[in-house]
Design a protein around this ligand. Structure first.
Ligand code: SAM
Length: 225
């Protein structure tokens, strides 16, 4: 899957990705990244139950796969893009995962107040993959704010993707990626864990743990302070 290189938000479009007749979109990095991500996520989600909200689900392959891997969790995908929501729904049907129709959530908005979200009750977790670098920092702030409002007391926010870790790019490839993103949209770019932690603390969360992942990615885990 190639990522669109312009616009305020990154949305996969016909021509950018393969799309099956039933609406399923295919990420070309999902198969490579999902197995180690599942192992890492399991460290934080094993033994939990209840609703999980995924923000910026894209193709929906993570959502349907995690739903099958964690049957005690109710995994709700969401995205601001209608085609992505349709893809997430189609992946649930294709993989015979529980049907949890993808929700219309824009991370930059006060999404935590939407009835579709409050109806879910306290969230066991919020999961975000590959969104923070490809959207303005306001989206990260909005995700943190909403997660702080809707997570259960012991809930967890997991954010996966490429990050700058304490000022360090974690590889020349990530630094080039950051430059390309910023050239396309000055509001995009890899986020520094220091900045995300600072924004998290403003809303009562903090970066409690992090796991180094293949391809110079990270899984960040936020809990209440
Ligand atoms: C690079 S894709 C990642 C998709 C998927 N999470 C993954 O890891 O394969 C970025 C996703 O973020 C979504 N997105 C961008 N801005 C957003 C926003 N403000 N609120 C919610 N989703 C957003 C896009 O629609 C797209 O699905």
């Amino acid at each position: 899957m190639t990522t669109p290189t312009s616009g305020h938000t990154a949305r996969y479009r016909p021509g950018d990705v393969d799309i099956a007749e039933d609406g399923r979109m295919f990420s070309n990095v999902f198969l490579r990244n999902f197995p180690p991500l599942l192992i890492a996520v399991n460290r934080f989600l094993a033994g939990r139950s209840g609703p999980v909200l995924e923000i910026g689900c894209g193709t929906g392959q993570h959502a349907a796969s995690f739903a099958l891997a964690f049957p005690d969790l109710d995994w709700w995908p969401s995205d601001l893009d209608q085609m992505h929501r349709a893809s997430a729904n189609a992946w649930q049907a294709f993989l015979r995962a529980p049907a949890r129709p993808a929700l219309d959530v824009d991370g930059a908005t006060p999404w935590a107040d939407q009835p579709a979200i409050t109806d879910l009750g306290p969230l066991a977790a919020v999961f975000v993959s590959n969104v923070t670098h490809i959207a303005p920092f306001e989206v990260t702030r909005g995700i943190l704010r909403g997660a702080a409002a809707r997570l259960a007391t012991d809930g967890i926010l997991l954010i996966y993707g490429p990050f700058i870790v304490d000022g360090d790019f974690q590889g020349a490839g990530n630094e080039r990626f950051d430059q390309n993103l910023r050239a396309d949209n000055p509001e995009w770019g890899l986020r520094d864990t220091v900045d995300i932690d600072a924004a998290a603390r403003e809303v009562g969360l903090h970066l409690a743990d992090q796991v180094a992942m293949p391809a110079n990615n990270r899984l960040l885990a936020f809990k209440r302070v």
